[in-house]
Write a protein of this length. Sequence first.
Length: 446
Amino acid sequence: MKNKILIIAALLLSVTVKAQSLDQALCRKMAIENNKKIAIATEEKQQSEFEIKTYRSHFFPKVSAIGNYLATNGKTGFTLNGGALPIIDATGTPILNQYAFMPDTKIDLDLNQSYTLGVKLEQAIYMGGKVRAANSVTKLAHEMTKANIRKTMDEVIVESDQAYWQYVKVRELVIVSTKYQAVIEELIRNVKNTTEVGMSSTSSLLKVQTKLNEAKLLLRKAENGERLAKMNLCYVIGLDLNSNIEVKDLIDHEIEKPHFMGDNIDARAEVAILSKQVDICEEQIRLARSEFMPNIGVVGGYSYVGGMKVNDEPLSEDGAFSALVSVSIPVFSWGEGRNKVRTAQSKQKIARLKKEEFEELMKLEVNKSFNEFEEAFYRVELTNQSLIAAAENMKNSKDSYEMGMENLVNYLEAQSMWQKAWAEYIDAKAMFQVGKTHYLKSIGKL
């Protein structure tokens, strides 16, 4: 049994977990699905929808049921004083000097176990435009939450692209560092062989060994960078940090020269948010005015009273309908209404000025991001030319060194230049992709 368990465990450990293949589009999708900021923005949108329904209900009458019950051992009473009452004839004229004596009457009111039942209906007829303005504010706030979701999604896509291309870049740098180390190792083997036959000095071998140590350290840094970049990408797209993933894109694919598509920012979510803020301030002016406008409302209901007794006899238990019209007209408030309206108007002006300011900043951002995007393209071209030249220089230096026409220091310098040129080219290609993402975001076309 122990042998079987060991065999099964060995088989399980030997199974290679297949790496999850990712590309830029899939990373964006996963980042959006797993990002908590988007989840919060979506929940805020749901909340605004409930608020719209809440304020919409203010247009309709409210119906409520009323019930009261009283239990008490106390009694309330009073006495009607009697006395001589005049006698009235058939014509309604009092008869002179003729009176009837009425004794004092005691009345006891018993409220124990009394109750009231009723139904009340309330309907606002005119509230100075308050209900309509409040409903408009909630609708505008709902539109803002939808724009905020778009804004948050753009931010998440930028974060995802940055993490994705950073991982692609460091993977390529690992390949570069590995090849660079392999070149140095090949050189050190050749130098060892020539040193053994007395054609090279020990100092030459030490110089190459130093370069090899530098190459090993460079490779280790690249591997650590790859591990951290992978963990960061997994974090952004919602995977476990130690997930086994691989990316499809390569640094060496073709790129196109950027074309300026104008600085129109109307498609940006930020513009929609700022516009809605100005509109909300406009509705808040109406709200401020409505507080000092006449209010008209109607209340109607039906009530039923039972359980009350007078001198141990049940009081009338008939129900009754009632209706009430309420009118409230503000007359004088020492300028409170006027100042509230002016405050709301000032807030609207501030919101409009902020919108204009941010629009100018966003246009500046568009031009800045395009310049960086274009510069990234030219940097790719220049680093590519430098890489071609460095590779050709290293080949010529190698040939000259093997023919004894160039010293070892120059050959090592040529190798180092080739490695740096390749690393620069990889970084430029990655930054080009990130620059493209930033530019598309700045014009609202991400």
